[in-house]
Design a protein around this ligand. Structure first.
Ligand code: HPA
Ligand code: ZN
Length: 335
């Protein structure tokens, strides 16, 4: 099973680039930028990665991101992630980045996007991995702040495929961002959002009906509401599920009770993703491996999950078809 997963062609659709910052690289960048961090070793830092809830994690995640300052930092961070994609047969990835985490510290939007997108271009050339960028608004900040970020992004519009919504979910419903989503769509960005990770099903309804999202990040709590499940199926919307994240943030404390298999049985379209792999104990393949073991998934289930990852990627039809053909061929000869 492990080998089957490792060689399975797949796409990753839920990944925060700031969440790929491994302690080793964090220390290296902190040192070259002469930034003091409140940890003395990689081991001590890893020990702090013990979370009770989403907010617990976010506090550490934003602290970690503070070391990122130069275009080179963003390049190194992104290229390190893309090298891991290459090693894991991730053929396509849709990378979220949080501009406000950086611009609020005085780092230029341009510095962030140029570093990230140069690494993506190099990975396309060196490994043949395709990638899109998803600019995510921080939902604990105001809609007005999100509008500022939208304005800053416009000179780089050709480098950004979609907008997302992340950070502290409870108390920050999708409806808070109605206007900035309308404006983002007018600029050509595809609307996506985190919903139903800690928030209830009504947050998913809002993300669908008010933000008009075409894919749900997480979406676990959709299962609270049968009518919502039917609506998601009717609209043919996928969910980017993140098993190790769910475990680390106590969204699903026991992976044997994870809803992934139930989602598939109901006719939903889940995908498997790593969210913030440096913090949650595993890259995307480890997410597949862990959830396969917990739920006793079959090769056919794993194939379906990888198929969803390509079918619900934001790719054009032809590219999608070519990745799906690659997956079909793999499944046929390894089933
Ligand atoms: N949820 C919300 N915000 C985030 C996450 C997440 O899983 N990861 C990084 N920012
Ligand atoms: Zn996320």
């Amino acid at each position: 099973m492990q080998r089957f997963i490792e060689n399975l062609p797949k796409a990753e659709l839920h990944l925060h680039i700031e969440g790929t910052l491994e302690p080793e690289l964090l220390f290296k960048i902190a040192e070259r930028n002469q930034i003091d961090i409140p940890f003395t070793s990689v081991e001590e830092l890893r020990k702090a990665y013990d979370f009770d809830c989403l907010q617990d994690f976010l506090d550490i995640y934003y602290q970690g991101a503070n070391v990122l300052q130069t275009e080179q930092d963003f390049y190194d961070l992104t290229y390190a992630y893309l090298q891991k994609c290459d090693q894991q047969n991730v053929r396509h990835t849709e990378i979220m980045f949080d501009p406000q985490t950086h611009t609020d510290r005085g780092i230029a939007f341009e510095t962030v996007i140029n570093g990230i997108s140069k690494a993506c271009a190099d990975a396309q050339n060196n490994f043949g991995i395709s990638s899109y960028l998803i600019m995510s608004y921080l939902r604990h900040l105001s809609e007005e702040e999100a509008f500022k970020t939208l304005a800053q992004s416009l000179p780089f519009k050709n480098k950004i495929k979609a907008v997302g919504l992340d950070s502290s979910e409870k108390g920050n419903p999708p409806s808070k961002f109605k206007n900035v989503y309308e404006a983002s769509v007018k600029e050509g960005y595809i609307p996506l959002a985190h919903a139903g990770e800690e928030g209830d099903a009504d947050y998913i309804w809002e993300a669908l009906d008010i933000l008009k999202i075409v894919r749900i990040d997480h979406g676990n709590n959709a299962l609270q509401d049968d009518k919502l499940v039917q609506e998601i199926i009717k609209r043919d919307i996928a969910m980017t599920v993140c098993p190790l994240s769910n475990k680390a943030l106590q969204v699903v404390p026991d992976l044997k009770k994870h809803p992934l298999k139930k989602m598939m049985e109901l006719g939903l379209k889940p995908t498997v993703n790593s969210d913030d792999p440096a913090y949650f104990g595993g890259q995307v393949n480890q997410n597949y491996i862990t959830i396969q073991e917990a739920l006793k998934l079959s090769k056919k289930d794993l194939y379906e999950l990888a198929k969803n990852s390509f079918e619900y990627a934001l790719l054009d039809k032809e590219t999608k078809a070519s990745y799906l053909a690659e997956l079909e061929a793999y499944y046929k000869s390894n089933a």
